[in-house]
Design a protein around this ligand. Structure first.
Ligand SMILES: *Cc1c(COP(=O)(O)O)cnc(C)c1O
Length: 395
């Protein structure tokens, strides 16, 4: 059989996970909108439950439409398998529930997605899980916090909303030395720009709500494992916790996935141009974008990513007040949280996505009051620049 993993990424993203349905030769994958699957006999039902025969039983445990999405993302992320979840947070919490236990310790990126950190600090703490959230872009900060009971190193790179990168290969080395599992939230990069499993990570997860689905119309998540052992462990926990995806949701995400390469390329092209333009503006104080040659981690970006992506954060010289004025004056960019959709979104993390993080922790993570986050979409660059230009004129 032809080895499809050898094909170019832009081809894989369009074809992975689906072979023409034998019965109908439907070009688009069928939606198996069913909660349960009939057994041919009592004996077959028993064999399926005993794992002696392969087949579908019940949609929480497996469904062909969901599996099409899982296989597609597993192949893009170069894992042995994937598990689609109802939301990104269902993916995050399944990873935590599977890999942490009573009296264990986690080290995470300080500027982690807000809820991924909050659930550890307010819920898992009730089960005796302790944590340290550090600036993982400095590997020594990680080393300093390792304890005997540390089990999980959980990182986001690029981090939200500072765009700070973490050296994934460096983390993998630390994880191997200390017997930790390395999990990477790859939402910001998407599988097009970064493949953490190839850089030594054990588990990679996504909020597919963002780039993978890409149309701001579905929430969902996915977890990809490097080994069968991890895949089985995560599947067991996910099937018990129940945060699985729905077949119709999976079909929508798979449809979104098919244009991921095109969208990432176009949005990244826009972001590169916008970041340079922003840098040249007299009212702009600073721009964080790993694609700018002046960015502190430009070399690391080139080493571990295929491109800098389409998330930018920046601050105006007029600080918080000017930033709010800018956000309130845009006409094409949409004021909304979330990211990775075809439309450009703008938001103010300190009062919105990261409002739940304490002032002290925000400062440590570099989430300043003047920081504006831009998720650059696929509109024409000239229109986006003109919108920001007119809005900046109001500041
Ligand atoms: C949005 C997001 C999540 C959570 O995903 P939901 O789909 O909103 O549950 C997790 N990690 C990152 C980096 C995100 O951007």
């Amino acid at each position: 059989m032809e080895d499809k993993s050898q094909r170019n990424l832009e081809t894989q993203v369009i074809h992975a996970g689906y072979e023409l349905d034998k019965a109908t030769r439907s070009v688009s994958p069928p939606i198996y909108q069913t909660s349960t699957f009939a057994f041919e006999s009592a004996e077959q039902g028993a064999a399926l439950f005993a794992g002696k025969e392969k087949g579908y039983i019940y949609t929480r445990l497996g469904n062909p439409t969901i599996e099409a999405l899982e296989q597609a993302v597993a192949s893009l992320e170069k894992g042995v398998g994937a598990l689609a979840t109802s939301t990104g947070m269902a993916a995050v919490s399944t990873v935590y529930f599977s890999l942490l236990e009573k009296d264990t310790h986690l080290i995470g990126t300080a500027a982690l997605y807000g809820a991924s950190r909050t659930i550890i600090e307010t819920e898992f703490v009730r089960y005796g899980v302790t944590s340290d959230f550090v600036d993982t872009s400095n590997l020594d900060e990680i080393r300093k916090k390792i304890r005997k009971n540390t089990r999980l190193l959980y990182i986001e790179s690029p981090a939200n909303p500072t765009m700070a990168l973490t050296d994934i290969q460096g983390c993998a080395q630390i994880a191997r030395e200390h017997g930790l599992v390395l999990a990477v939230d790859n939402t910001f990069a998407s599988p097009i720009l970064q493949n953490p499993l190839e850089l030594g990570a054990d588990v990679v997860l996504h909020s597919v709500t963002k780039f993978i689905n890409g149309h701001s119309d579905v929430v969902g998540g996915i977890i990809v494992s490097k080994t069968n052992e991890l895949q089985e462990r995560l599947a067991r926990v996910l099937h018990l916790l129940g945060g699985t995806m729905d077949p119709h949701q999976a079909w929508l995400v798979l449809r979104g996935l098919r244009t991921l390469y095109l969208r990432v390329e176009k949005a990244q092209d826009n972001a590169r141009k916008l970041a340079s333009w922003l840098e040249s503006q007299p009212k702009v104080a600073w721009v964080n974008y790993p694609g700018l040659p002046g960015h502190a981690q430009f070399e690391l970006m080139k080493k571990q990513m295929k491109g800098p992506g389409s998330m930018i954060s920046f601050g105006l010289k007029g600080g918080y007040e000017a930033g709010l004025k800018l956000i309130n004056s845009v006409k094409l960019c949409t004021l909304a949280v979330s990211l990775g959709g075809i439309e450009t979104l703008i938001e103010h993390p300190a009062s919105m996505t990261h409002a739940g993080v304490s002032r002290e922790e925000k400062e440590k993570a570099g989430i300043t009051d003047d920081l504006i986050r831009l998720s650059v979409g696929c509109e024409a660059y000239e229109d986006l620049r003109a919108d920001l230009e007119q809005a900046m004129g109001q500041c």
